[in-house]
Design a protein. Structure first.
Length: 246
């Protein structure tokens, strides 16, 4: 399939995990791509693999993020598809949540994502598509996940309202919400034993008995971004091996 032939696609957080998998799939289907992220090395690696143009920018630093989005739109000549995927994780039980911990998650996952959309929307073509990466954490009562869950639940509300406001411009706004997915997000700063322990624990909570792959989430994101989903607007698609519904 070449669903994105010639389309201008901007992936915020496109240099690892789900975003990197999406970059590869968009490239395979003919998209012209810009990816962002903070890590110069992985940005270079994914750019080389996919042919994407990479821009280093921290989505939690609003001026930097806005400048990157403007530069991306200039490079692409407008934006057809915006994938707001960048996000950070972190666990702390309620008594242990500090203001810095809360802000570290919310500055990227909610505030950064909102202001990125605000900056990108005027640069998008009418009839385009926005996909936002949420999380099943927004609807699950997982101990220790309060800051992250609140940010992603807030992002769900943001996506609904942005989608409603963009109806006159025929820009669809949908979310893809992963369940436990085998990416870097839970591996950074962990030992191999800790990583295996997390894998076993997370696989155990998924009805299908395993974690998802980045590609499985990215496939859903591409579907929502594509014309195949032309009558799908405002949904939050759980890609979670049955965690929420089974
Ligand atoms: N993996 C899961 O189990 C899971 C479950 C539910 C939801 N999610 C969501 O899925 C999305 C992708 O995560 P992932 O699992 O693929 O994790 P990942 O492998 O850690 O990738 C995260 C991506 O976001 C980028 N990013 C993080 N903070 C950023 C910032 N401040 N500015 C710009 N880019 C930033 C990262 O690049 P840099 O590090 O270079 O900045 C990377 O490209 C996130 O929104 C996450 O919350 C993941």
């Amino acid at each position: 399939m070449r669903r994105f032939e010639g389309k201008a696609v901007l992936i915020l957080g496109g240099n690892a995990g789900i975003g990197a998998a999406a970059a590869q799939l968009f490239a395979n289907e003919g998209a012209r791509l810009v990816i962002t992220g903070r890590n110069e090395t992985t940005l270079g690696d994914i750019a080389a693999q996919t042919g994407a143009h990479a821009i280093r920018a921290d989505m939690g630093v609003l001026t930097e993020s806005r400048d990157a989005i403007t530069a991306a739109a200039d490079h692409l000549g407008g934006i057809d598809v915006l994938f707001v995927n960048a996000g950070v994780g972190g666990f702390a039980m309620v008594p242990d949540v500090t203001e810095d911990f809360w802000d570290g998650i919310h500055d990227v996952n909610l505030k950064g994502a909102f202001f990125a959309m605000q900056a990108a929307v005027p640069l998008m073509r009418d009839g385009g598509s926005i996909v936002v990466t949420g999380s099943i954490g927004s609807v699950a009562a997982v101990p220790g996940n309060v800051a992250y869950a609140a940010a992603k639940a807030g992002l769900r509300a943001v996506a609904r309202i942005v989608g409603k406001e963009l109806l006159p411009r025929r820009i669809r706004v949908n979310m893809v919400s992963p369940g436990p997915t085998d990416t870097e997000i839970f591996k950074r700063d962990a030992s191999p034993e800790e990583i295996q322990g997390m894998r076993d624990m997370l696989s155990g909570v998924v009805p299908m008995g395993r974690m998802g792959t980045s590609e499985e989430i990215a496939h859903a994101a591409l579907f929502l971004a594509s014309d195949e989903a032309s009558f799908i607007n405002g949904v939050d698609l759980y890609v979670d091996g049955g965690c929420v519904e089974l």
